[in-house]
Design a protein. Structure first.
Length: 405
């Protein structure tokens, strides 16, 4: 009964955490563009948050691995996000925005592994794919509903009100977190990473699966991170009416697709293996970038952005699932997530900065073509070089007797 209540509370935690995170990204790009920031300046400032996350990913993962109270790590991150939202609301000038991006980057890199660790504490390894799909479904529903609400606030009140709303929505997230209890009853089979012998980062880096998937993560975010922000800034500059509603729709529509697809992604990753599902999600990236490059009407952004729902559903489920495959039995699940988070930060930093400056110098069409090339490379690496990490395949390979010379 306690576990059932905790699982329901964890659903709501995913929902409200997504509420909080929705206020960052495209809404910041639009907020700054409306206050006369250039695309290059916006891209550089958005990169500040990813640089902060990059610097914190590995230490944060190691800390979460070492902490017995994963809930406290999640609580600290949520409080930091509240502060960053209030800083953005205070003033769209350099110092508050810089401080908010730094704090948000640090908080996010603590929150992701903490949420993943709570998932592992609540379910067995065999149920992890389904749990991660359920996490993504609730998070996407939260993002979609909140994007609509924030779009209305931005359109009819002010862009600044979006960030006050972000801070308010963090409070029910804290309430849901307090309702989670993950001490398993006696006899319940659980994955207990805290009880495993922990390998060093050097040992983890010898795993080919870790390195190849990290390269895929870099390219995925190099292609994906700047795409909607670039489109949002362009729309704000060239569209007078209903701009916030269009941006909100670009967030809402993919989230409903994520909500519909994520449980299916978790199940098929277990049935088909990881690689076929990854290829499906990664191939949507270059197609979306090329379509964005050819869009001439702002309202066409929304149907093109539907492809983001496919990529987001696949990536959101597969990253923590592959991390569990790679780190299984090593006691370094959160460090592995931190390593992949570092790879994501590298890709996102390069994406937002390079795409912004490329758009300023050569135009947004060329910038979108560059993002498409990065997405195509990611899909090709998954197809040609990424090994299968599915636990059942690995276990079967491990059970085979060694070949005698």
């Amino acid at each position: 009964m306690v576990i059932a209540r905790s699982l329901r509370a964890f659903d709501w935690l995913n929902f409200f955490v997504a509420n909080v995170q929705t206020g960052f990204g495209p809404f910041i790009a639009s907020y700054l563009a409306a206050n006369k920031w250039t695309q290059g300046e916006i891209g550089l400032m958005l990169s500040v948050g990813t640089i902060s996350a990059m610097a914190s990913q590995l230490p944060a993962g190691a800390v979460v691995d070492a902490m017995r109270n994963k809930k406290f790590a999640a609580f600290s991150a949520i409080v930091a996000i509240i502060v960053s939202a209030l800083l953005l609301a205070a003033s769209p000038t350099f110092i508050p925005v810089f401080a908010a991006e730094m704090l948000h980057g640090f908080a996010s890199c603590m929150l992701v592994p903490a949420m993943a660790a709570i998932s592992l504490a609540l379910v067995s390894r065999a149920d992890l794919g389904d749990r991660l799909g359920r996490n993504a479904r609730w998070a996407s529903i939260g993002s979609a509903l909140t994007a609509a609400l924030m779009g209305a606030f931005g359109e009819y009140l002010s862009l600044r009100s979006v960030f006050f709303l972000t801070a308010v929505l963090a409070l029910p997230a804290i309430g849901a977190l307090r309702m989670i209890h993950y001490d398993a009853p006696p006899g319940k089979p659980k994955l207990k990473p805290d009880g495993e012998e922990r390998e060093s980062l050097r040992e983890l880096l010898k795993d080919r699966r870790l390195l190849i998937f990290a390269a895929c993560v870099v390219l995925f975010h190099l292609s994906n991170a700047a795409m909607l922000n670039l489109a949002a800034g362009e729309v704000t500059a060239h569209m007078g009416d209903n701009v916030q509603l269009v941006i909100a729709a670009c967030i809402i529509v993919p989230q409903f697709i994520v909500a519909a697809l994520s449980p299916w992604v978790g199940r098929q990753a277990q049935n088909w293996g990881r690689r076929p599902v990854l290829i499906l999600g990664f191939c949507a990236l270059p197609i979306r970038a090329i379509l964005f490059a050819g869009v001439s009407t702002p309202y066409l952004l929304v149907p093109v952005q539907m492809l983001d729902g496919i990529s987001a559903a696949v990536f959101g489920v597969m990253l923590p699932l592959i991390a569990a495959d790679v780190a299984g039995g090593r006691g370094r699940y959160n460090l592995t997530i931190g390593f992949f988070g570092l790879a994501a930060g590298v890709g996102a930093t390069l994406s937002t900065a390079a795409a912004g400056f490329t758009a300023d110098k050569f135009g947004t069409t060329m910038s979108f073509f560059g993002l498409a090339a990065a997405g195509l490379m990611a899909a090709l690496i998954v197809r040609l070089a990424m090994p299968e990490t599915c636990g059942t395949h690995v276990e079967k390979a491990a059970e085979k007797p060694p070949v005698e010379a």
